[in-house]
Design a protein around this ligand. Structure first.
Ligand code: HEC
Length: 129
């Protein structure tokens, strides 16, 4: 019993640390993100209504727009070895893919507010199936 108590006391702080470490930096609202994705952002034209990378403009593009359904992200803008983190996605939206060695067909959207970008990030994560 004493051993169990001791090991619980050791495990709990680590568990809490892991939970906090994985908390996203941006706490976006995916419903608001959808409105930007479908509307002002015009993301759906290329990335598709469900995020599968199959928007009306996608056929004409090489490389193809990223699919958010498979969540196979390639850009690692903060160089932490994990593409597709919130800040990586936000950077590509704000500054465009070309800045990070990608294609100019993914335009930077400096006109979107930080709030709109973090809402888009939340919606992009929500499209994963
Ligand atoms: C004109 C077409 C087009 C539009 C509009 C567009 N994208 Fe893209 N997007 C692309 C293409 C093409 C790529 C892939 C670029 C590459 O791999 O070099 C891409 C890549 C991305 C990525 C990178 C994913 C990864 O692999 O890490 C994100 C995130 C993204 N787009 C989000 C958005 C959002 C959000 C919007 C709307 C604000 C948007 N895009 C609008 C074409 C577009």
């Amino acid at each position: 019993m004493k051993i169990l108590k001791k090991s619980l006391l050791t495990i709990i702080p680590f568990t809490l640390a892991a939970v906090f470490a994985s908390t996203p930096v941006f706490a976006g609202d995916s419903t608001a993100g959808k409105a930007v994705y479908d509307g002002k952002g015009a993301c759906a034209a290329c990335h598709g209504a469900t995020g599968a990378g199959d928007g009306v403009a996608a056929a004409a593009l090489t490389p193809k727009p990223a699919s958010f359904v498979t969540a196979s992200f390639r850009f690692d803008t903060n160089g932490d070895g994990q593409p597709g983190s919130d800040s990586d996605i936000a950077d590509v939206i704000k500054y465009g893919a070309a800045k990070y060695g990608g294609n100019v067909s993914m335009p930077g959207r400096a006109d979107l507010s930080d709030e709109e970008v973090s809402n888009l990030v939340a919606y992009i994560h929500a499209m994963k199936q």
